[in-house]
Design a protein. Structure first.
Length: 188
C-alpha cells in the first residue's frame, strides 16, 4: 500500500515542478561581424572583423551569464604613414564573460538585449615595416571591458538570431584600444 502512494506522490511532484523549470538552461552562441576603431586606435587601424563563440547559462528567466571566446582583427592604415608599409596588423584573442539581460516580450517577435562584461585580452601587433625600418611584433595580456545593446529575433521556439553593438576597451599601455564591434549571430 505504501509503494503505490509513494509513486503517486513522486509523480505528482515531478509533474508539478516540470512547468516551473526553465526550458533551455544552456544555450550556444555563435557570432561574426565588423569592428570599428575609435579615438587614437582609429588613426592607426582600419575597421576590423570579429568572431565569437559562447555558452549561455540561464540564471534567471531573463538573465544569462555567457562565458565566451572571441577574436578581433584590425589591419594597419597605410595612410597613417608617409612611407610604404607592410604588416602591423592588430589581433586580440579575448576570453571572458558577459551578463546578458533579455526583456522577454512574449507578444513580439523580438526581444531587446542589454549586456555588460569583461575578461582578459591577449593582444598582438604583428611585425611592421615602414620603409626600411622594421618594428618587431609584440604582445600583451590585459583586461578588457565591454558594454552593449542589441535585439534578439525569434526564428523558432528554440533558435533565434541576434544583432548586438558593443563598446570595448582594452587596458593597453600607450594608444587607447577602443572599438565598436557590431555582431550578427545565432543562439540555439
Amino acid at each position: 500500500m505504501r509503494r503505490p502512494i509513494l509513486w503517486i506522490v513522486l509523480l505528482t511532484l515531478v509533474a508539478g515542478t516540470t512547468p516551473a523549470q526553465t526550458e533551455k538552461p544552456v544555450e550556444i552562441y555563435l557570432a561574426t561581424g565588423a569592428a570599428y576603431p575609435t579615438n587614437d586606435f582609429n588613426l592607426q587601424y582600419n575597421y576590423g572583423f570579429n568572431g565569437s563563440v559562447g555558452v549561455g547559462l540561464r540564471i534567471a528567466n531573463s538573465l544569462r551569464v555567457v562565458p565566451k571566446a572571441e577574436i578581433q582583427t584590425f589591419s594597419i592604415d597605410p595612410n597613417y604613414f608617409v612611407d610604404t608599409v607592410s604588416g602591423g596588423n592588430y589581433t586580440a584573442i579575448m576570453t571572458g564573460a558577459d551578463l546578458r539581460w533579455f526583456s522577454d516580450l512574449h507578444k513580439w517577435w523580438f526581444d531587446p538585449i542589454l549586456l555588460v562584461g569583461g575578461g582578459l585580452a591577449f593582444a598582438r601587433v604583428s611585425t611592421l615595416t615602414v620603409g626600411e625600418i622594421t618594428y618587431y611584433s609584440h604582445n600583451e595580456t590585459k583586461l578588457y571591458f565591454n558594454i552593449g545593446a542589441g535585439v534578439d529575433i525569434r526564428m523558432t521556439p528554440k533558435i533565434s538570431a541576434f544583432i548586438t553593438g558593443r563598446y570595448v576597451r582594452i587596458s593597453t599601455g600607450g594608444t587607447k584600444t577602443e572599438f565598436f564591434p557590431v555582431s550578427v549571430g545565432m543562439r540555439f
